[in-house]
Design a binder for this molecule. Structure first.
Ligand SMILES: Nc1ncnc2c1ncn2[C@@H]1O[C@H](COP(=O)(O)OP(=O)(O)OP(=O)(O)O)[C@@H](O)[C@H]1O
Ligand SMILES: [Mg+2]
Length: 254
């Protein structure tokens, strides 16, 4: 199982949208996918509710008791470890909860090909634990909120965790999301970002498309809503999703 943590302490940048679409796309590509929602807002959980594992909640990962993982199906599918309100307490818990998380995640069934961890828009133990466990991380960023300070602290968090706790962590990069291609300010933001951090920007972007918001309301990936514009948006987003899966070496048949 390869694990991708999707993180950015800024809110509303497209983290959950990426996790949900990546889960659907990977399962359609033939992979067995585990989604872990570490956000008490439960947005990924509500989008993927039909795939929830019964009687399990992601906050249990931080407890001493070993997780009773179910026997998972061998065919391609999504399983969700849903989030709950108590997740906010984890950030105030003793740091040992990270060890419990690492142990419980390491015991996840080997039949999963891919694990996707959605994180909350706050720095804290949950996001740290998810980055310490992960094989790879990606940070959706909003070019409107492009602020060097925010990006610097994001990169510091990731590089700090890589050097102190998790040498295998592969930071795939920042992924410009909700990108308004018609906005000169956003296009300038992208140019500045590429100039300032050439090694830390994925060569892909997720454009701002109203159909992506509509898809979220319908709890479907954008390519499943029956509008021509949504099909276009679906094609676009799948390019970014394929790039991420390829970089992680979990593409179908890899
Ligand atoms: N490419 C896009 N085009 C249009 N709307 C989008 C796009 N990406 C995300 N959205 C919408 O923007 C809002 C924020 O997106 P999302 O929930 O994925 O961000 P987030 O980073 O997970 O937020 P939070 O930090 O609160 O968890 C949602 O309403 C979502 O439907
Ligand atoms: Mg979210």
């Amino acid at each position: 199982m390869k694990t991708l943590t999707v993180a950015n302490q800024k809110g509303g940048v497209g983290k959950t949208t990426l996790v949900v679409h990546l889960a659907h796309h990977a399962a359609e590509q033939g992979l067995r996918v585990l989604v872990v929602d570490l956000d008490s807002q439960r947005n990924a959980s509500s989008s993927l509710q039909t795939y929830a594992l019964p009687q399990l909640q992601s906050q249990m990962l931080f407890g001493e008791a070993p997780i009773a993982w179910p026997v998972t199906a061998m065919e391609p599918h999504i399983d969700l470890l849903e989030g709950g309100a108590k997740l906010v307490e984890i950030d105030r818990a003793p740091v040992q909860v990270i060890n419990a998380f690492l142990k419980n995640m390491a015991s996840a069934p080997g039949s999963y090909d891919l694990c996707l961890i959605d994180t909350p828009p706050v720095p804290g133990l949950r996001t740290q634990a998810a980055l310490i466990f992960a094989d790879a991380a990606v940070a959706p960023i909003d070019l409107d909120q492009y602020a060097l300070d925010g990006i610097k602290s994001l990169l510091q968090t990731v590089t700090g965790i890589k050097s102190k706790y998790n040498a295998k962590l592969d930071f795939l990069g920042m992924l410009p999301s909700r990108f308004n291609t018609h906005s000169p300010a956003q296009r300038r933001g992208l140019t500045d970002l590429l100039a300032g951090y050439p090694k830390f920007v994925l060569p892909a972007a997720i454009a701002l498309r109203s159909s992506i918001g509509e898809a979220a309301a319908e709890r479907l990936p954008v390519w499943k809503i029956g509008k021509t514009a949504a099909k276009e948006a679906g094609k676009e987003i799948r390019q970014a999703l394929d790039l991420i899966l390829n970089r992680m070496g979990v593409s179908h048949g890899a």
